[in-house]
Design a binder for this molecule. Structure first.
Ligand code: ZN
Length: 149
């Protein structure tokens, strides 16, 4: 059985499939860390038409408008990506795992405490057992993040 094809949470038009590095459940993500070529083409087209129609009104300021539009789209994509990244099943966030394992561990613990408030908070010092092959499966998302930080 190909577990990568199974899913519990439905993601519309997923752009990437991988297994969660902590709980090994199949994951899909709609957003990528960086915009795609198609997105840039759309931005160029939109910016071009904006410039074409608004240039007579605002002159050179229209070019700034295009850059502001570009920045807004980039930031929006980044926020959506960051919101989507933590695993919906276990709360594992690969970006935080790469950046700071303690923070990543705390995020997973908070995730479980939120869902199961009756359980006593575990205070063990065991390192998080992360499946490295799964972590590498999510490579496009994670390695880009690593090289950027
Ligand atoms: Zn998970």
């Amino acid at each position: 059985m190909d577990f990568a094809q199974k899913r519990f949470f439905k993601v519309k038009n997923p752009s990437q499939h991988f297994l969660c590095a902590l709980c090994s459940t199949p994951r899909q993500m709609k957003y990528k860390r960086n915009l795609s070529i198609t997105n840039y083409l759309q931005l160029t087209l939109l910016g071009g038409s904006l410039t074409y129609f608004l240039y007579p009104l605002f002159g050179a300021k229209t070019l700034f408008l295009t850059f502001i539009l570009w920045m807004v789209v980039e930031v929006a994509n980044k926020i959506l990506y960051r919101n989507e990244l933590p695993c919906p099943y276990c709360g594992f966030d690969a970006t935080w795992y790469r950046r700071d394992v303690k923070v990543a561990k705390k995020k997973v613990q908070d995730f479980w405490n939120e869902r199961n408030p009756q359980a006593p908070a575990e205070e063990n010092s065991e390192p998080m057992q992360v499946n490295n092959s799964n972590l590498n499966a999510g490579k496009p998302a994670i390695n880009d993040e690593l090289s950027a930080s």
